[in-house]
Ligand binder design. Structure first.
Ligand SMILES: Nc1nc2c(ncn2[C@@H]2O[C@H](COP(=O)(O)OP(=O)(O)OP(=O)(O)O)[C@@H](O)[C@H]2O)c(=O)[nH]1
Length: 200
């Protein structure tokens, strides 16, 4: 069983919980009692692998209060950063979150999905799709506009895509650790037996 940890980030009211609940239950629930940070658990199988998924959904209204995970940016293996296409401030905030992830997790490229939510409100649009896409390109992350109110498949597919990237990333990191571990073991063996072997 592989453990995968994801975190949803973005400013208040962008629809983080709505997007996540769509993925987990296929349903859109208009209003959520969002007075606490939540850690959701889900077991699922992708490409024949059993996964134990943990998803952190912070509550923006509890700023300053202690949360289950003080630093989701350090904790998560992958991120979903959400903004509201009809709220420019939320887009600017999402861009600063992307920068923060990049700076904090510089050593390992962590998979990130930037989501422009509330696509159904396109008559009140304040951020054009191209802007979202080019911000995502700049920060080497995936991008999609969605509507938690109207879409299920798109949201499910983007989570699966993100999870696949996280799985690849974790495997890559484990391979690198194994490789550098076996290299230092080879060095150690060489230091101990190397000279003797040469004199035989
Ligand atoms: N029209 C529309 N409304 C949405 C959509 N997604 C969420 N909402 C609404 O936006 C409001 C905020 O949604 P939440 O999911 O609570 O947003 P959040 O980002 O989790 O908010 P906090 O927990 O306060 O940070 C609610 O009234 C939702 O019904 C969407 O795709 N379209």
């Amino acid at each position: 069983m592989t453990d995968i940890k994801l975190a949803l980030l973005g400013s208040e009211g962008t629809g983080k919980t709505a997007v996540l609940v769509r993925f987990l239950t296929k349903r859109f629930i208009g209003e959520y009692a969002s007075s606490a940070n939540c850690l959701y658990h889900k077991r699922l199988s992708i490409d024949g692998r059993q996964l134990n998924l943990e998803i952190f959904d912070p509550c923006s209204q509890t700023e300053g209060s202690r949360c289950i995970l003080e630093e989701p940016v350090n904790w998560a293996d992958g991120f979903v950063v959400v903004y509201n296409i009809s709220d420019r401030m939320s887009f600017l905030h999402a861009k600063s979150v992307l920068r923060q992830i990049k700076e904090t997790r510089e050593e390992h490229h962590v998979p990130v999905f930037l989501i422009g939510n509330k696509q159904d409100l396109c008559n009140a649009r304040q951020v054009c799709e191209e802007e979202g896409r080019s911000s995502a390109q700049e920060d080497r992350c995936h991008f999609q506009e969605v509507s938690a109110a109207e879409d299920y498949l798109e949201i499910s597919n983007l989570f699966i895509k993100l999870i696949r990237h996280v799985m690849e990333n974790l495997k890559h990191r484990a391979d690198r650790r194994r490789y550098s571990g076996s290299k230092s073991m080879a060095k150690l063996i060489n230091n101990v037996f190397g000279k003797r072997r040469k004199s035989v």
